[in-house]
Design a protein around this ligand. Structure first.
Ligand code: MEV
Length: 438
């Protein structure tokens, strides 16, 4: 039976580990060894990681891979990707190479506005609240000056604040709905600090507003928080080429490929069961770059999926068409990213990833990340409508199976060679290992 503990966060790292292994593991020495083998020998680097979060006991590795040959707006990029799924980097690299020979990816940032809200309860006359808001609006902005002045010097800041009546949804519920430009910062801390200041000013000034009754003066702030739904922080990525240029082999003509590709996209546009998997494939590319560049992939995921359902049904993020002999494939995607602040200046691998990407601005990073998503989707659809997904997947998964069976280097070499011309399935690999070991 496991037991609860108080004051855990105050224990030293080694005492935390002692408690965990004693409480949850039968082989305490082995559990300790596994945890400790991931500690970095560079104590300063380890301390940096220890201090990212509370109760760090070790490091959790993901591979950092790179996908070269991405031509984006006529500039070449090698894209860093942190991901565990075996086929993702290979698929990205393949798609990059494919489009390198066909003009590359074109991208543009459509908009960069982010949103935050103060949610509050007001029990009174809406006209008076509206009048109060018009009087107080400039004060809300003025009181936030100490937070916004640096951002304003660089051209960003608060764009607008609106009063929104939400009483149709919940009795007495209103919002201050604010929009922000946060430039190269993802902006979560900036936006949340502004919102909390708005809330303080709003509540304080309400107490003084001449037209409010005593009851109306008691504005109840529920919460102040940014929104990860960012439909106006949008980037477009696309590829175009002549239909006949799509063909790479004799097995399928460019025209047949384009038609089938568009059909596959159309299905994901109308069928939510397919759309979720389709978009998951896009997120394979997006999350890997978002993570490698020290951004918040949970925020991106939440915002992207909300955007994919904005018309009331969950739908494909990508679209494709054939027009006048030209195949076009594109995606609009909301991405709130930063290239300053947060982990970006702190995590050595994040700094390295950003340097690899030519030290991008947030707008440039939005475009690179969108391309990674579009490329990933292209690679997935291409496999799905031609060879099927398992061929590529299982080829890449082969090494995982071999590692599960503790194959040595010679066994790996011989089995990989065998499966160059044979279909990889889990049972076929197990059979090949057993045969080799007989
Ligand atoms: C697997 O991680 C992603 C795919 O399922 C995406 C798709 O079906 O489009 C291959």
């Amino acid at each position: 039976m496991s037991k609860s503990i108080s004051g855990f966060s105050k224990l030293t790292k080694s005492k935390k580990i002692d408690w965990i292994v004693d409480t949850y593991f039968s082989n305490t020495e082995e559990a300790k060894r596994v945890l400790i083998q991931y500690w970095n020998t560079d104590e300063k680097l380890q301390q940096l990681h220890d201090e990212f979060i509370e109760n760090t006991i070790t490091n959790y590795y993901l591979p950092l891979g790179v996908a070269p040959n991405f031509l984006i707006n006529d500039r070449l990029y090698t894209i860093p990707m942190a991901i565990e799924e075996s086929s993702v980097v290979a698929a990205a690299s393949k798609a990059a190479k494919f489009w390198l020979d066909r003009g590359g990816f074109k991208t543009r940032v459509v908009s960069t506005t982010k949103i935050g809200q103060v949610h509050f309860i007001y029990k009174g006359d809406f006209n008076k609240l509206s009048q109060f808001f018009s009087v107080i609006k400039s004060k809300l902005i003025e009181d936030s000056k100490s937070i916004t002045s640096n951002m304003e010097k660089r051209g960003g800041g608060i764009l607008d604040i609106e009063l929104r009546d939400k009483t149709k949804d919940i009795d007495h519920y209103y919002q201050l709905h604010a929009s922000f430009e946060t430039l190269d910062a993802m902006g979560a801390n900036f936006i949340n600090s502004c919102l909390e200041q708005f809330a303080t000013t709003f509540k304080r000034e309400a107490l003084e507003f001449y037209a409010f009754t005593e009851a109306e003066k008691q504005i109840d702030i529920v919460m102040s928080i940014l929104s990860n739904y960012v439909p106006d922080c949008l980037v477009r990525a696309e590829v175009n080429c002549k239909v006949e240029d799509l063909s790479e082999s004799d097995s399928i003509s460019g025209e047949a490929f384009a038609k089938k590709f568009v059909q596959a996209i159309n299905i994901a546009e109308v069928e939510p069961y397919r759309a979720v998997t389709h978009n998951k494939g896009i997120m394979n590319g997006i999350d890997a770059v978002v993570l490698a560049t020290g951004n918040d992939f949970r925020a991106v995921e939440a915002g992207v999926h909300a955007y994919a359902s904005r018309k009331g049904t969950y739908s494909s993020l990508t679209h494709a068409k054939i027009e006048n002999g030209i195949f076009s494939f594109w995606m609009d995607i909301p991405l709130a990213l930063g290239t300053v602040g947060g982990l970006t200046g702190l995590h050595p691998l994040v700094k390295l990833a950003l340097e690899l990407l030519h030290k991008p601005s947030a707008k440039e990073l939005m475009q690179i990340v969108a391309v990674a998503g579009l490329a990933q989707n292209f690679a997935a659809i291409r496999s799905l409508i031609t060879t099927g997904i398992q061929q590529g997947h299982m080829k890449m998964h082969l090494m995982n199976i071999l590692n599960q069976f503790d194959a040595n280097n010679e066994e790996k070499e011989r089995i990989t060679a065998y499966f160059k011309t044979n279909t990889v399935t889990h049972s076929a690999v197990v059979e090949a290992i057993n045969k080799l070991r007989e």
